[in-house]
Ligand binder design. Structure first.
Ligand SMILES: [Zn+2]
Length: 448
């Protein structure tokens, strides 16, 4: 098309030229004469191809000037990375046909990075790497001597975990110090974790108390459902409240003094208020016995007996007083558990459940009801030791599925729970009327 327009203009130019150039004019004139001007569509080839991991649409032979779009399509598990022959990173490329052109769509396998690290106290079987999506990877956390594996940073608790790689992931194995652990007669194991600001004297006393308890009250080892469910062992985290959250990587923001957690992870927390050290409250020691006894209670049966607060909390609080009485000659009953209310004698059923925050001071009402039960057992013929064996051993070992508190109460104590509540009505709500013997020794109760 350009040629047919150009030629007439060229001729006009020649004819208007000066005559001096006439000698060359014939040559030019001859050239323009040869082909008849005609309209021919010029075509070019667009060659497109796909590298490994994808396909392409578009390509072929096109008339000059046409705009053609080609698209790169990655296969599953691959991603488009760009074009060979063009700097565009767009998956669709629009090309103006003005020459023969060649392009190649490039693809790469999609991979993810797994980074596995070990915290202080252990190693990991693999540091991870780069994996294709869907790859199964198995890693194992191995504690070094003196440490035990606690959990992975994704909260998994088995030391060997398998995961399917589907994203970038960082995983850390968390270990805790176990050098100060204690193994019971039935292989039940406590792991000690101490914060740095506990008085050394308290730590020493803690170990002594745990040793005393461990040799007296045997905690039954149960088959565990999860690694840290408290059935075969338990971590104790003890720290001074002024330290804040020294075990945050292990227990998050949990605090207070409790057996805390759920059916998968249970631990014993002793967040010790600093005032207890400053003012030397005896509770700084008795709380160790109190929480220890809870571990005994929840493991004595495969299935815990129905919850009765005065047996659970009242039982543990009585236990701590018996411990202080025996080992420190301190009467915690009359000093700290004396704030009984008339509710304990008028409405003992109120203390079956944990609905009474604010009414109970150091579980005084629950302790009172608990000690009243011991007295009622003695009235019906038990010795004091026998009565304590019923409330401390028989009850906690009697747990089973689908049994009501009424059935179990009657079975273990020999009289009905309603009879018991009626009997309490004849007591005055005064701890001094139900105190156990000062000579009572835990070893006498917990022998078998
Ligand atoms: Zn408790």
């Amino acid at each position: 098309m350009k040629k047919s327009i150009f030629i007439p203009i060229f001729l006009v130019f020649i004819f208007s030229c000066s005559p001096d150039e006439e000698t060359s004019a014939p040559t030019n004139t001859i050239q323009t004469k040869t082909p008849e001007p005609e309209t021919v569509a010029v075509q070019y080839t667009l060659t497109v191809s796909a590298g490994l991991g994808g396909s392409i649409t578009g390509g072929g032979t096109f008339n000059e000037g046409k705009e053609v779009t080609v698209t790169a399509i990655p296969n599953e598990g691959y991603r488009f990375t760009g074009w060979e022959g063009n700097s565009s990173t767009n998956q669709s490329l629009t090309i103006t046909i003005n020459s023969n052109q060649t392009y190649k769509a490039l693809f790469e396998l999609i991979t993810y990075t797994l980074t596995v690290t070990a915290g202080e106290g252990g190693t990991v079987s693999s540091e991870g790497g780069t994996y294709e999506g869907g790859t199964e990877v198995s890693v194992t956390a191995n504690p070094t001597s003196g440490y035990q594996f606690l959990k992975w940073s994704n909260e998994s608790q088995e030391s060997t975990i398998s995961l399917t790689v589907s994203q970038n992931l960082e995983l850390e194995a968390i270990f805790i110090y176990e050098a100060l652990s204690l193994t019971g007669r039935d292989k039940y194991k406590f792991y000690y974790n101490f914060g740095e600001n506990l008085p050394q004297q308290w730590v020493n006393e803690f170990r002594l108390i745990m040793g005393n308890l461990n040799s007296t009250v045997h905690i039954t080892t149960r088959d565990r459902v999860s690694l840290k469910d408290g059935k075969s062992g338990m971590n104790i985290f003890a720290w001074n409240s002024i330290e804040g959250l020294p075990f945050q990587s292990e227990i998050g923001n949990a605090g207070g003094t409790c057996i805390c957690g759920n059916e998968f992870v249970r631990y014993k927390l002793l967040e010790m208020p600093n005032d207890e050290f400053i003012y030397e409250y005896i509770h700084r020691y008795s709380v160790i016995a109190y929480e220890y006894f809870h571990v005994y209670q929840i493991n004595a049966s495969i299935v815990e007996p129905p919850y009765l607060k005065y047996l659970m909390e009242g039982g543990a609080a009585t236990f701590e007083s018996l411990y202080l009485q025996q080992y420190y000659s301190f009467n915690y009953f009359t000093n700290d558990q004396k704030n009984t209310t008339d509710l304990a004698t008028n409405s003992p059923a109120f203390f079956e459940t944990f609905n009474d925050q604010g009414i109970e001071i150091n579980y005084a009402n629950s302790v009172f009801i608990f000690l009243t039960l011991v007295k009622e057992l003695q009235k019906r013929g038990d010795t004091e030791i026998q009565a304590f064996k019923r409330v401390y051993i028989d009850w906690w070992k009697s747990g089973r599925n689908n049994v009501s508190k009424e059935t179990l109460f009657l079975e273990v104590f020999g009289f009905s729970i309603s009879d018991f509540y009626e009997s309490i009505g004849s007591y005055s709500a005064d701890i001094n009327t139900v105190l156990p013997s000062e000579s009572l020794r835990l070893q006498d109760i917990f022998t078998d």
